[in-house]
Design a protein around this ligand. Sequence first.
Ligand code: NAP
Length: 308
Amino acid sequence: MYDVIIIGGGPAGMSAGIYTSRARLKTLLIDNYSIDAQIVMANKIENFPGFHDGISGVELLEKLTSQAKNFGIEIVSGEVTDITKVGVEFDIKMEANSYKTLALIIATGGKPRMLGVPGENELKGSGVSYCAICDGVFFRDKKVIVVGGGNTAVGDAIFLTRFCTKVWVVHRRNELRASKILQERALSTDKIEFLMNSKILEIGGNQKVENVLIENVITKEKSIIDCDGVFVFIGHLPNTGFLKDILAEDEIGYIITDDEMKTSKEGIFACGDCRKKLLRQAITASSDGAIAAYSAEKYIEDIKNIGG
Ligand code: NAP
């Protein structure tokens, strides 16, 4: 029997775990160690306060995990398959085990959004990638396409110039969403060429990516670019499917919470990128985690007081 179970071990879940363990609540964190985890894909985080020269996502996660372990958190790996509640106790089922807890914190983050064009699924892992830090090195001296106009697309396009001879950034609008500092860096990088107002219609190739069919959305002009890889960075979707609609979510599937990270179900809290919020960053995920832990602590105190 745990006081708190946290599902998800990114910055939100680990920060929640640091707070609950430090509050001497018996805490279990369940993580599926997905290769899609956003924090693992972050090659350099420059805006997490306290890290003057930036820090990789993996390194930040290692530090958070070690800090949580210092306070006594238990961590298991696996997928949660079902959540039920009897009285004040939640039963958290995994494939092989099940655990009981008084409070539950959901911190499952998001997964990369797919383009949904022909060739994408077929060539996934054979030139189509969603992670520059994982796969960039395989494209040494190659030419690649990056899709998207946000911080990930522009930041990772810069990262990819370490390996690639040419990086085209294909963005559907004429304006980038990425921060000005990243835009400035990308624009001053010779190897990067921006193809604005453009979208990919198809990814072509036998066995591996060989080219993409691109359309200018204004002129409707189509062109083929020969390339070796396509990196898709067009945002994320929440990892909330396993909840099977037990919580109120928005139309995309982000969990709706209040300012205290309380969800629509008493005793369940949500934090980080899986919840509906304005800004999804490592720092806001950590902040959410701290609030969720504090709210869970108050909730547990209340039910323990009522119970006896
Ligand atoms: P994002 O900010 O949501 O940007 C997604 C980009 O993909 C947008 O430019 C969007 O176009 C485009 N897009 C969405 N759907 C598309 C589709 N179907 N086809 C073509 N293009 C599509 O996602 P992100 O860049 O992954 O960033 C996620 C969060 O992490 C953000 O809050 C971001 O600030 C943060 N982040 C921060 C840093 C940093 O601070 N260094 C680094 C990485 C990520 P539109 O612009 O037209 O909507």
